[in-house]
Design a protein around this ligand. Structure first.
Ligand SMILES: NC(=O)c1ccc[n+]([C@@H]2O[C@H](COP(=O)([O-])OP(=O)(O)OC[C@H]3O[C@@H](n4cnc5c(N)ncnc54)[C@H](O)[C@@H]3O)[C@@H](O)[C@H]2O)c1
Length: 255
């Protein structure tokens, strides 16, 4: 079960945090993973860790805001490995600021990394997946895409909401090609992104934890195992779905 032998998976933003854990977990399930991020040296460290555990991995530099680079990496991988089966659009940044204090560059950047990055990835890989009439795409969204999670994060939340909508619509368009498109919405998860949020919101950690019914932050592996399920054959009847991994935080919005 949850066997990914002979599958090739490209994961964006996987030099650390949730993306790194997804790379480790998919590799452990037998996939060859292409670890990509903005710093090739850091990706190589993750790939080395996977190989040390007898997994299969490659490392490539990929800035998801650069469409040409995305297309190049996808084509290169197809050439080197013969095909690509899975794309995980995980790269993301968080900026918590009053909109009038955000520079125009910051506004462009957060939309480009969090939303365009996934759109670019899909555009780059789809001709290949459609030709083969199979494939899995996972977009890493956030509970912020469903409900107002934190103050001063409207642009971040909007990028994640857009990703959830994009996932639904793409799933419809791609169903005839047997390509499943799903998203995962993690709640607050222990990574560098959360560390910097806690740093900027000193003294609010206990309040944040108190809002989570399971009373703990998520771990990267919580999202990684959800991802493993969604890309496995066992999830072949699931498409257009956003799987929430948040210790119950979102429940109160549906009561
Ligand atoms: N940690 C949380 O609490 C949390 C909650 C909900 C959703 N998420 C989402 O999970 C995903 C992973 O976040 P994380 O918590 O692991 O954060 P993180 O900061 O540890 O990792 C994000 C990764 O994205 C990479 N990245 C940034 N800009 C990039 C670009 N232009 N091209 C390629 N890669 C780029 C970074 O280098 C980094 O490795 C993000 O999409 C984030 O929005 C995180």
């Amino acid at each position: 079960m949850f066997e990914l032998k002979n599958k090739i998976a490209l994961i964006t933003g996987s030099q650390q945090g949730i993306g790194r854990e997804i790379a480790l977990v998919l590799a452990r399930a037998g996939a060859r993973v292409v670890v990509t991020d903005i710093d090739k040296g850091e990706c190589e460290k993750v790939a080395a860790e996977i190989k040390k555990a007898k997994g299969k991995a490659n490392a490539k530099k990929l800035d998801v805001t650069n469409y040409q680079e995305f297309e190049k990496r996808v084509q290169e991988t197809i050439k080197e490995q013969g095909r690509l089966d899975i794309l995980v659009n995980n790269a993301g940044i968080y900026i918590q600021k009053d909109l009038t204090k955000m520079t125009l560059e910051e506004i462009d950047k957060i939309i480009k990394v969090n939303f365009y990055g996934a759109v670019y990835g899909c555009r780059a890989i789809l001709p290949h997946l459609k030709k083969r009439k199979q494939g899995r795409i996972i977009n890493i969204a956030s509970t912020a895409g469903f409900a107002s999670e934190s103050p001063l994060s409207a642009v971040y939340s909007a990028t994640k909401g857009a990703l959830i909508d994009f996932t639904r619509q793409m799933a419809l368009d791609l169903a005839p090609y047997r390509i499943n498109v799903n998203a995962i919405a993690p709640g607050k998860t222990e990574t560098k992104m959360l560390e910097s949020r806690l740093e900027a919101n000193k003294g609010k950690k206990q309040k944040m934890l108190a809002e989570i019914p399971l009373a703990k932050f998520g771990l990267p592996k919580d999202t990684a195992f959800a991802c493993l399920y969604l890309v496995s054959d066992e999830a072949n009847h699931i498409t257009g779905h956003t799987l929430v991994v948040d210790g119950g935080w979102l429940i109160k919005y549906f009561l």
